[in-house]
Ligand binder design. Structure first.
Ligand SMILES: [Zn+2]
Length: 423
């Protein structure tokens, strides 16, 4: 097969998550388990603790005081599974220096320990080194992935330079496209790294100014970049459509996730010929929680895939790793089965055929949802070889092992097939 392309991933976060403690489902289900896990990790390491994957179903809206009660002396920070919130204890806050103008949440003047959407600030205060990327790239290559689109909103010119250097050093042997802020517009693609879409993050409880967002969209278009809006709620999606309408739409403008799409919003996306990049595996990984949280009438709106096909909308798949699992074969099976971990079904009419599910990862990096790449004379030699014929693979996609991955004619990985890993 052609090598797979993951159209939405967060490479640095994925690498960092490998040295982090799981703090949410399925590994951690309740407060008692979380306390035990943090206490054990704290005893084993005197240094900073980094937790990931937290969800409020575990212990509610935890804050600094909650963490202080568990680990009073050791700095700890826990990331919400959305990737947009860190919760820090007092020891962690104390180690970050002067906090008077820090973008931390305050209630009645007191720091709650919550930090929203401020990874760049946190990184600057932690002076943390970037995690090594070679191992995660090897894992991804082991799944047959030959290309990635990094969708991190914080990507800037120094990040692009760093990634280009890593490509040159051979740590990233994959085709890489980097989304990010407007600052990337002036940056030249270098070292084989392509500059991708302007990434726009939206929070439905604090949406940005519509006109200035539309100006950013227009500026990206001017710089020959498309725009990718993070939309997990209906309000975010409606806002993104309004901003695109004001700025004008170019072919390739993207909606990331489209986690909740009502029939009206589906029609609006189709009418505007937008592209959707989505994560069918969230039905498997988070579906049981969705069944508890999302009103029954709206459950069929979750992470649609079949609807995009039927509406003629260009659509493609991305892992969103580390917030979703990185293995595209598991995601393909989820797109076919539409089943949660506990075995419940969500939106069965959205199910894809195995061939359509594979197609989520076969479209070109710069045209997700466009014509699938092919194994043909004259095409780049980006290939993956499965351990079984497609006729067998299609009925048990999650069990597929890739025995060889070739990128640009160079063997990246050959058997033994990869072990399943934490990411
Ligand atoms: Zn993402």
């Amino acid at each position: 097969l052609p090598g797979l392309h993951d159209h939405h991933i967060h490479l640095f976060s994925l690498a960092a998550s490998r040295c982090s403690i799981a703090c949410g489902p399925p590994q951690i289900q309740d407060a008692q388990q979380l306390v035990a896990r943090l206490t054990a990790a704290g005893a084993a390491s005197g240094a900073w603790l980094r937790g990931v994957g937290y969800h409020e179903s575990v212990a509610g809206d935890i804050d600094r005081a909650w963490l202080d009660a568990v680990l009073p002396d050791q700095p700890v920070r826990i990331q919400h599974r959305s990737g947009r919130l860190w919760i820090l204890n007092s020891a962690a806050l104390n180690s970050l220096g002067e906090l008077e103008h820090a973008p931390l949440e305050r209630i009645k003047g007191r720091l709650t320990g919550r930090l929203y959407d401020a990874d760049t600030w946190l990184r600057s205060r932690l002076k943390s080194h970037r995690p090594p990327l070679a191992d995660v790239c090897a894992t991804l290559a082991g799944y047959g992935v030959t290309g990635l689109t990094d969708a991190s909103v914080s990507n800037d010119a120094p990040t692009l330079q760093y990634l280009s250097d890593e490509v040159r050093r051979g740590s990233i042997p994959l085709q890489l496209t980097v989304m990010g802020g407007l600052a990337l517009s002036g940056a030249r693609a270098c070292g084989g790294v392509a500059v991708g879409a302007l990434k726009v993050h939206l929070h439905d409880h604090a949406l940005p100014d519509l006109t200035s967002t539309a100006c950013d969209v227009a500026a990206a278009h001017e710089a020959k970049r498309v725009v990718a809006f993070h939309c997990v709620t209906e309000a975010e999606l409606a806002f993104a459509l309004a901003a695109l309408d004001e700025a004008g739409i170019v072919q390739g403008d993207r909606i990331e996730h489209a986690a909740m799409a009502s029939p009206e919003l589906v029609a609006a996306i189709a009418e505007r010929a937008l592209t959707v990049v989505t994560q069918p595996h969230f039905i498997l990984e988070r579906g049981d929680q969705y069944l508890r949280d999302v009103p029954a009438a709206q459950q069929s709106w979750l992470y649609r895939v079949g609807t995009w096909r039927d509406a003629g909308v260009a659509f493609a798949g991305g892992s969103d790793a580390p917030y979703g699992a990185a293995n595209p074969w598991v995601a393909m099976q989820a797109a076919v089965e539409r089943r949660t971990r506990d075995g419940a079904s969500i939106g069965l009419t959205e199910a894809l055929t195995p061939e359509q599910a594979l197609g989520l990862y076969l479209t070109p990096p710069q045209a997700p949802g466009g014509p699938a790449r092919r194994v043909a004379v004259g095409e780049p030699a980006d290939l993956c070889l499965l351990d079984r014929p497609w006729a067998q693979a299609r009925s048990r996609l999650a069990e597929v092992r890739v025995v060889a991955t070739i990128r640009g004619g160079i063997m990246l990985r050959s058997s033994p097939a990869p072990r399943s890993t934490s990411c």
